[in-house]
Design a protein around this ligand. Structure first.
Ligand SMILES: NC(=O)c1ccc[n+]([C@@H]2O[C@H](COP(=O)([O-])OP(=O)(O)OC[C@H]3O[C@@H](n4cnc5c(N)ncnc54)[C@H](O)[C@@H]3O)[C@@H](O)[C@H]2O)c1
Length: 357
């Protein structure tokens, strides 16, 4: 498709005004690249609450009502429950709007093939998280020597963090019933995305996804251990564990995360992301007997949403830089996730993501 940047602020609409709206809205605040013209959510309560942020915006109970209203929209910030992503995105693209979608873009490859000639971006806030960007830059600058391998860690807890309304969990349960768990596929999408972003295409995946029953009708996809090898020979491993009662201080969700890349001469580690359980620098780099701690990074997880949103709006306004991320890159993440499921189902055998169907 051809895309011409706008020579005026982008007219944007929020579709879905739930929990994560609070962070996605940050990319739009005081941003001369955008003008928020509409807010859409079937919940009157949410519309009223969010209207206070954008008094000039019109509100609607559905995207169809907005489309029929005559209000011109260039781009939609789509914050819908995951089960509505595929139909919702097709609907918005059909109205001629560009779309900034949340992950996971969809559950299956068949659905991923349906986008048309508008820009579909699948927003990936983790690749805008400053400590992770610094980690990538340090690796690429050779600060730890040639890369030997890396690991990621994620611990899920139910103790601490912001309030998540039960309605935000309901559609997660629907996803779980479809075999798309909250750890591996929803939150995990970001971890898989960072692996591709850091070290490129993957040729083999081996996985072992467990199950933990945490309440009536609620099963979580942990413990899980996932391993892979990139085309460049670098291997990664990611472990997911649960510690339901472990208190994690967090302004957001209670996910404790780490990324550690080992090089021939040292290592570099991001110590946290979504939550901030203990007081320590968010990034540390060890080399030659010395540890360097980074104490002045913008390591608030919310800032990664702000910067991802700003990047998108700048891109629409000026065409500057890569999209971060395109639908094609999101399909690579989806293939990676599907390879994880295929491997686990086959008892942990190696699966090439390029060959999943
Ligand atoms: N990037 C991240 O780290 C991150 C974190 C959390 C959630 N998310 C993603 O954000 C999306 C939303 O998650 P959430 O936690 O805010 O969910 P939520 O359930 O809190 O909010 C969804 C909102 O969509 C509204 N909605 C439902 N049907 C609608 C329709 N047809 N049209 C318009 N609005 C409709 C609901 O009323 C609700 O207000 C999901 O895709 C999720 O995966 C991303």
């Amino acid at each position: 498709m051809t895309f011409t940047p706008y020579d005026r602020p982008v007219r944007a609409a929020f579709i879905g005004l739930g929990r994560i709206y609070d962070l996605n809205a940050r990319g739009y605040v005081d941003n001369p690249d955008a003008e928020v013209v509409a807010l859409v959510d079937p919940s009157e309560e949410r519309r009223e609450e969010r209207q206070a942020d954008w008094p000039q915006a019109a509100t609607f109970a559905s995207a169809a009502e907005l489309a029929a209203s005559g209000i011109e929209v260039d781009a939609a910030e789509v914050l819908l429950p995951i089960p509505l992503h595929t139909d919702g995105v097709l609907e918005m693209l059909g109205y001629g709007w560009h779309v900034n979608l949340q992950k996971p873009m969809c559950n299956d490859l068949l659905d991923a093939a349906k986008a048309n000639d508008r820009v579909l971006r699948v927003m990936e806030n983790y690749i805008f998280y400053e400590p992770l960007r610094k980690l990538k830059a340090a690796v690429e600058a050779g600060e730890i020597g040639a890369v030997s391998g890396y690991h990621m860690k994620m611990v899920g807890s139910g103790n601490g963090g912001w309030h998540v309304p039960w309605s935000s969990f309901e559609w997660q349960l629907e996803q779980i019933k479809r075999g798309r768990g909250i750890n591996v596929f929803d939150d995990g999408w970001h971890k898989l995305a960072t692996a591709l972003w850091l070290f490129g295409p993957i040729r083999e995946v081996r996985a072992w996804i467990g199950n933990t029953h945490v309440g009536p009708g609620i099963d979580l996809d942990a413990p899980a251990t996932i391993m892979w090898e990139h085309d460049n020979g670098v291997r990664g491993v990611w472990d997911i564990t649960l510690a339901m009662d472990m208190y994690l201080r967090s302004d957001y969700y209670t996910s404790d995360e780490r990324w550690e890349v080992t090089g021939n001469n040292g290592y570099v580690r991001v110590n946290r992301c979504t939550s901030r359980a203990i007081q320590e620098p968010s990034l540390e780099l060890y080399r030659d007997g010395e540890m360097r701690g980074y104490h002045a990074l913008d390591d608030d997880w919310a800032s990664s949403f702000r910067d991802s949103g700003r990047h998108w709006l700048r891109w629409l306004h000026t065409g500057e830089g890569p999209l971060l991320w395109s639908a094609k890159e999101a399909v690579d993440v989806l293939r990676f996730a599907l390879a994880v499921y295929a491997s686990s189902a086959a008892g942990g055998t190696g699966v090439n993501p390029a060959q999943v169907i």
